[in-house]
Design a protein around this ligand. Structure first.
Ligand SMILES: Nc1ncnc2c1ncn2[C@@H]1O[C@H](COP(=O)(O)OP(=O)(O)O)[C@@H](O)[C@H]1O
Ligand SMILES: [Mg+2]
Length: 263
């Protein structure tokens, strides 16, 4: 488990800003507090798994980080920059990436063409959107497809992929945009039990190779334990624990919160 070197009295000026920092982040809607004073900082390259029962506020927290919603209190910082008032596309430009299930996949286009379009969007070539998409298939596309273990399906129609392969494609679309911080909301949802291990390996490879920071909501315990440097545990909108997986799971507050409830 990588831990930041802590020297008593060490100058903090030389330490890089956290890739993601949430300060007292809250979101209320219709009088209900959905996200309640969440504070955490993820180091660059760190893998943080966000867990908590259904309705804990995990997706709402992601929406605040990506800018889909504005907090009622608190701040969101990306690499030290306060982005609380920024729109989602501005955060995307800063290297924030988030998967949106199947909505961004063109079912009739091939796997390679889909990735090519995403790479084009990144380079600001989107005005040439309707040019033959295949022309956008370059080394970057091939590299991304290799990384997510989808190279052998390059020519396949995206609409015909298995659930597991669709998730790999979504990840490829995200990577084509060159993100530094990736938000994954339940990437294993709808994926067959047999494909979970494979997809876990892909996510691990992506994070190691690209050295990006990952914040992932996931329920599969074996996946969390394999991938996560730290677990952030949410309950009723608040952060109960933020620590190494074993430490977080052993926390009496966490155990009490989960008594009889599936993670
Ligand atoms: N736009 C919204 N308006 C009102 N309530 C919402 C809205 N979005 C989420 N909620 C409520 O906030 C709570 C947390 O939801 P969510 O963030 O989706 O939880 P999780 O992802 O942890 O399952 C739920 O009770 C949900 O009904
Ligand atoms: Mg959710």
């Amino acid at each position: 488990m990588p831990t930041a070197p802590t020297r008593a009295g060490a100058a903090t000026e030389s330490e890089p800003a956290p890739a993601l920092e949430l300060q007292d982040l809250s979101w209320a809607v219709g009088g209900a507090v959905i996200v309640d004073g969440v504070a955490l900082a993820a180091r660059s390259g760190e893998f943080v798994a966000l867990i908590g029962p259904n309705g804990a506020g995990k997706t709402s927290l992601f929406n605040l980080v990506s800018g889909l919603t504005r907090p009622t209190r608190g701040r969101v910082l990306l690499s030290g920059a306060d982005v609380t008032r920024e729109r989602p596309y501005q955060r995307t430009r800063r290297g924030l990436g988030r998967t949106f299930q199947t909505s961004s996949v063109f079912a009739d286009l091939s796997v390679e063409e889909n990735v090519g379009l995403a790479a084009q969007a990144r380079t600001g070539d989107s005005h040439r959107f309707w040019r033959r998409a295949a022309s956008a298939s370059g080394p970057r596309t091939a590299e991304v497809l290799e990384l997510v273990r989808l190279a052998h399906r390059s020519g396949a129609e995206a609409g015909g992929l298995s659930h597991g392969d669709k998730r790999k494609l979504e990840l490829a679309l995200l990577l084509a945009r060159g993100p530094e911080l990736i938000l994954l909301d339940e990437p294993m949802a709808g994926v067959s039990a047999g494909e979970v291990g494979e997809l876990t390996g892909v996510i691990r490879d992506v994070q190691r190779e690209r050295r990006c920071t990952v914040l992932m909501v996931e329920h599969h315990m074996e996946v969390l334990l394999e991938l996560a440097d730290r677990l952030a545990v949410m309950h009723h909108g608040a952060l109960l624990a933020f620590a190494a997986p074993e430490t977080a799971m052993a926390d009496p507050q966490v155990q009490a919160a989960y008594l009889g409830e599936p993670l």
